[in-house]
Write a protein that binds this ligand. Structure first.
Ligand SMILES: [Zn+2]
Length: 296
């Protein structure tokens, strides 16, 4: 049994819902499930670098049988061991191969070298892609709406606004047709010049402003998608490649590092809106942003 020596070729960043590949490795797991590694896949796994988007749903098919995929995680191997879902190094680290591990309950009949078709549940993927696209747009709109609350120059986002999202984010979760972002506004953010004391009284104004910006973007139907950093190889996108979300907004192109899946165009949405909630949390403020995307 050999361990994979190259990264899985991944086609989900392009929006693919089906792929054909070959089994390169099968690894039984302590819980009785089996990790199935293919040379290429359209199936989006949970990536520890970007754990915001959950795994796709779907199945593997051979000529003889169908295997429901119960979960998918990133595996990493240095040629000695395949670490399934608990890689000791960051995805993309030199000298390691990063692979999509499709987890199945019962791998009876699967063999290394077998030809396998992958299919992804299209509705779940569409909903998660819509949620992810909306999440990135909302982060930019929030930065825009909070810009007047900065009293000092702060690191800027792709549109030149103070990057509140990047400076304050604690967790981000992609949901079907939406997302949930949590921000922490503590002493260090105040020191950087964020007027935290004003936020509570201006919260409604901020969310109305962000909604207005979002409505303007959705109305443009701008193209969105994932691009690979230009230093990647040319034989397809690989799991360890760095990727960026790109939105071609009429006011200019914006990019954000991203490992997930996205819509192809904002014309697939009819609206994106946010709801903000501010709470006190020991010595800091916690801001929650719930984003909702309505399909067109
Ligand atoms: Zn992303």
């Amino acid at each position: 049994m050999t361990l994979p020596s190259t990264d899985t070729v991944v086609t989900y960043p392009d929006g693919d819902l089906a792929s054909s590949g070959t089994v390169v490795h099968l690894q039984p797991l302590p819980d009785g499930r089996t990790a199935v590694v293919l040379d290429r896949t359209a199936f989006h796994p949970v990536d520890p670098v970007w754990p915001d988007q959950p795994a796709d749903a779907g199945e593997l098919r051979t000529a003889e049988a169908t295997y429901p995929i119960v979960d998918a995680v990133v595996g990493a191997t240095d040629g000695e061991t395949l670490h399934v879902g608990d890689a000791p190094v960051r995805t993309g680290t030199e000298g390691w191969a990063f692979v999509v591990c499709h987890l199945v309950d019962d791998a009876t009949g699967l063999r290394e070298g077998a030809a396998v078709d992958v299919s992804v549940d299209p509705e779940r993927r569409r909903a998660l892609s819509a949620g992810h696209t909306a999440c990135h747009l909302a982060s930019l709109a929030l930065n825009d709406a909070l810009a007047p609350l900065w009293t000092k120059e702060a690191p800027a986002d792709g549109r030149g606004r103070p990057n509140f999202d990047q400076l304050a984010i604690t967790t981000s979760r992609i949901l079907p047709d939406g997302s949930l972002d949590e921000y922490r506004i503590g002493k260090s953010l105040r020191k950087k010049g964020f007027a935290a004391a004003e936020l509570a009284s201006r919260l409604d104004e901020v969310s109305a402003l962000a909604d207005e910006v979002l409505a303007g973007w959705v109305a443009t139907g701008a193209p969105v998608g994932i691009v690979r950093d230009p230093d990647g190889d040319t034989d397809g996108m690989r799991l360890g490649d760095r990727r960026r979300w790109r939105a071609e907004l009429p006011e200019g192109v914006v990019e954000i590092p991203c490992g997930g899946t996205h819509l192809h165009s904002l014309a697939e949405l009819s609206a994106v809106t946010i709801a903000l909630e501010l709470t006190e949390a020991e010595g800091a403020l916690a801001l929650g942003m719930r984003t909702t995307a309505l399909p067109a």
